[in-house]
Design a protein around this ligand. Structure first.
Ligand code: CP
Ligand code: NVA
Length: 287
């Protein structure tokens, strides 16, 4: 059982596999009061957690960030101490990963990371389920195009843990993160498009060039443009190659409309799988 879920690395390999293969403990959230706090916008995560908590017989307490006493200068610490008096746990989307850790310290109840500036582990749980549903195996090769962002960070942690997936990362040299990221033997990084690596890919994945916790940066968008996923890239990949994007997308930037709307695109399966992924995760939490 988990006391919180901040990152994929909070799971052991067998816990991660239990979520992917639906071998989690039988458990519900009856009589549990789960707060849902979003410091940043969300559609899929917000709705899939709310529906999942309801389906597990728990209660969703929707907390509006702007209605808390922050505006009257109540501290972050006291806000989380107060939440800990009433709630059994919290789903929290935040601008700063540190707030997840600090929030847990003061609330002293389980917190699930619903996206931070550093990681988006719930998205990757859902994506692994989608990949396994599609290929019936995770002996696959994924190519990621674009930014070194929170979704990629969680994907890298999952690839390191599972060791059956090979991952190629294509990005501009200026945005390749060299510190604090651990790259296992299954991960290769390219600052130019590499036809051989692309031709082995069973999955092409991308995400927005500018994430919600980043400042708009025209230079970055320009430099990442050559890593746009378009039909030329999809045609070079394996015949069974699928396209993945966590959504929302900036169509015309990181991906073209014809790719995201194509029969190879599984973006709506990814969105739908947020629900079973999070329900399985919540059954592994020690509420
Ligand atoms: N993919 C994802 O987390 O979507 P939302 O921002 O809509 O929650
Ligand atoms: N990398 C994106 C993911 C959105 C779900 C962001 O942080 O905005």
């Amino acid at each position: 059982m988990l006391n919180s879920f901040f990152d994929i690395n909070d799971l052991s390999k067998s816990q991660l596999e239990a979520i992917i293969y639906n071998k989690v403990p039988k458990k519900n959230l009856k009589d549990k009061q789960i707060g849902c706090l979003y410091e940043k916008p969300s559609t899929r995560t917000r709705l899939s957690f709310a529906v999942g908590i309801n389906q597990l017989l728990g209660s969703v307490i929707d907390i509006k960030f702007e209605e808390l006493n922050f505006s009257r200068e109540e501290s972050f610490e006291d806000t989380f101490r107060a939440m800990g008096c009433y709630l059994d746990g919290l789903i929290f989307r935040t601008s700063s990963h540190e707030k997840l850790l600090l929030g847990h310290k003061y609330m002293n109840k389980p917190i699930i990371n619903a996206l931070s500036d550093k990681s988006h582990p719930c998205q990757i749980l859902s994506d692994l389920i989608t990949l396994y549903e599609n290929f019936k195996t995770l002996e696959i090769e994924i190519s990621w195009f674009g930014d070194f962002n929170n979704v990629l960070f969680s994907l890298v942690q999952a690839v390191n843990l599972l060791d059956s997936i090979k991952l190629n990362i294509f990005s501009h040299i200026s945005y390749i993160k060299k510190t604090k990221w651990i790259f296992g033997n299954n991960i290769n990084i390219y600052d130019e498009l590499d036809k051989t690596a692309i031709s082995r890919s069973n999955c092409i994945m991308t995400d927005v060039f500018i994430s919600m916790n980043d400042q708009t940066d025209k230079e970055k968008i320009n430099l990442l443009k050559k890593f746009q996923v378009n039909n030329n890239i999809m045609q070079e990949a394996q015949e069974d190659c699928i396209f993945m994007h966590c959504l929302p997308a900036k169509i015309g930037l990181e991906v073209t409309k014809d790719v995201i709307e194509s029969s190879q695109s599984v973006v709506w399966k990814q969105a739908a799988n947020r629900l079973p992924a999070q329900m399985r995760l919540m059954k592994c939490i020690n509420w």
